[in-house]
Design a protein around this ligand. Structure first.
Ligand SMILES: NC(=O)c1ccc[n+]([C@@H]2O[C@H](COP(=O)([O-])OP(=O)(O)OC[C@H]3O[C@@H](n4cnc5c(N)ncnc54)[C@H](O)[C@@H]3O)[C@@H](O)[C@H]2O)c1
Ligand SMILES: O=c1ccn([C@@H]2O[C@H](COP(=O)(O)OP(=O)(O)O[C@H]3O[C@H](CO)[C@@H](O)[C@H](O)[C@H]3O)[C@@H](O)[C@H]2O)c(=O)[nH]1
Length: 454
């Protein structure tokens, strides 16, 4: 099939490359010419494991193409995917500016029958707005071209995006058009060869399914974070509790990890957007409100522990804290809503210096931190280091923020020698407290008391 992917970010580029890999001809369009220039020069604008080889293979075969030219992109396709960003607006609602701009760009140009597929995460009712927007443009041009708008939300996780796309748990297709549904079934057939994964439903249910999935996952995380804080005062260990409950198949082991609160480009914004939708329809979601509040509080948890360890905020002035990990999760350079940004701003406000190391996110972190702090404060207070050991040089304490593989098994004796304050703050419960303490360090985890009595 001939596919156009509008928006060539984390979702658009991965989806486009995967569709090309099974034999489709995919033209990826973005309004960001820097991204398209990079891709045309064989460079990948984001870090996603395996994406470079996948893109290179399909670009070389002529199945994966990149453009900024909407005329070419609309003329190319039988199916056009919308994979543009839907960032949060000031009131928490999903900002549909990019979606509707893309819909207008299609309506301004389409000459032949098309299926328009919304892959971006959008509030219920957006497919109707996309349909109306395209129809209005066609009307302006005096054209009568048949088209359908389908909802096909994406469930991939960053850092495992290709695997998730190639071997999906499910493919949700919301459609009220038989021709469009048939094309979607054909397009996705290679991704569900062993058993049927496509779940067909109406458009509104598909749009809501995406928010429901993210809200449920966010619920599990906030539940565990809140329980971790209780475990800590009760003298229980949340890691034992996690294993104890996760082995029940009705609960399952995934998404039960206590930590520094969920971040990233999806959970925070999608929870906010669903809450806004519920408020707009006077159907409040009290549970989800609590989930968001718990998450906001959890982002402060590590700073609170660091402050208490050193004797209060005032005692932090002049201290240096090393951070291992900056990205919101491992295997990505994505810094959107990363808990590291909250911790850094709290440490700097208390008069600390920060030395941070991340295997891939340093450039993106530098860009964001300069944006929020300004060049001068960034240069004065933050050092982005070339290695994990460089970061702990001259530091008083270490905060483990992102559970990258290379941080899993450090030499704790060496850390004990390097850290003046001899303390590790483990924001991901990555370490065995006994091993850390054997090396003469104080261990502070999330919901792991007994190991962190000062
Ligand atoms: N990142 C994820 O893991 C993930 C997973 C599932 C769903 N989603 C959803 O998918 C959507 C895209 O997310 P993302 O992380 O890929 O975003 P992104 O910011 O990485 O990419 C979006 C791209 O769209 C481009 N764009 C904006 N307006 C455009 C226009 N009018 N025409 C063409 N291109 C335009 C931007 O330049 C950008 O490159 C969002 O709705 C998000 O919630 C994201
Ligand atoms: O047990 C857990 C699991 C995750 N997290 C945190 O939750 C956030 C999100 O993690 P994850 O879900 O792995 O990453 P995303 O790439 O944001 O993927 C989520 O958001 C995407 C965008 O909507 C969806 O497509 C995916 O299905 C959904 O998992 C991160 O800050 C994690 O550290 C925890 O704190 N504890």
């Amino acid at each position: 099939m001939k596919i156009t992917m509008i928006g060539t970010g984390y979702v658009g580029l991965v989806s486009g490359a995967c569709f090309a890999d099974v034999g489709n001809t995919v033209l990826c369009l973005d309004v960001d010419s820097r991204k398209i220039d990079m891709l045309n020069a064989g460079e990948i604008p984001i870090h996603e494991p395996g994406l470079d080889t996948l893109v290179a293979r399909n670009a070389a075969a002529g199945r994966l193409l990149f453009t900024t030219d909407y005329n070419r992109a609309v003329a190319h396709a039988d199916i056009i995917f919308l994979a543009v960003g839907t960032p949060p607006d000031e009131d928490g609602s999903a900002d549909l500016r990019h979606i509707l701009a893309a819909a207008r760009s299609i309506g301004e140009r389409m000459e032949k029958q098309l299926v328009v597929v919304d892959k971006s995460t959008v509030p219920v009712g957006t497919a109707d707005s996309v349909r109306d927007t395209i129809a209005a443009e066609l009307k302006k041009r005096g054209k009568n071209v048949p088209f359908a708008v389908v909802s096909n939300p994406e469930f991939l996780k960053e850092g495992a995006a290709i695997e998730d796309f190639m071997r999906p748990d499910r493919i949700v297709v919301g459609s009220d058009d038989a021709h469009a549904t048939k094309m979607m079934r054909q397009l996705y057939a290679p991704f569900g060869r062993n058993h049927e994964k496509l779940i067909e439903m109406d458009v509104r249910s598909a749009e809501l399914t995406k928010y429901a999935a993210n809200a449920m996952l966010a619920t599990r995380i906030s539940f565990m974070n809140e329980l971790a804080n209780l475990a800590e005062v009760l003298g229980a260990d949340i890691e034992s509790v996690r294993m104890g409950i996760g082995s029940d198949p009705r609960i399952g082991p995934h998404f039960l990890y206590a930590g520094m609160g969920y971040g990233g480009s999806c959970f925070p914004k999608d929870v906010k957007a669903l809450l806004k939708t519920s408020r707009d329809h006077k159907q409040s979601l009290k549970l989800l409100e609590a989930i968001e509040n718990v998450n906001e509080a959890q982002k402060n948890i590590l700073f609170g522990k660091i402050s208490r360890h050193f004797g209060g905020d005032a005692a932090l002035r002049g201290k240096t804290v090393a951070l291992w990990g900056l990205s919101f999760k491992p295997n990505t350079d994505d810094m959107r809503e990363a808990p590291s940004l909250v911790l850094i701003s709290q440490l700097l406000a208390a008069g600390c210096k920060v030395r941070a190391y991340d295997p891939v996110a340093s450039n993106e972190a530098r860009r964001q931190l300069i944006g929020s702090l300004g060049e001068e404060a960034f240069a004065r207070d933050v050092t982005l280091c070339d290695s994990a050991w460089d970061a702990v040089e001259d530091a008083d304490a270490l905060a483990l923020v992102t559970e990258w593989k290379e941080f899993r098994s450090p030499d704790f004796e060496r850390l004990a020698g390097a850290l003046r304050g001899r303390a590790i703050f483990d924001g991901r419960n990555l370490y065995d407290p006994a091993l850390v303490m054997e090396a003469g360090l104080t261990y502070h985890g999330i919901g792991r008391p007994g190991h962190n009595r000062e």
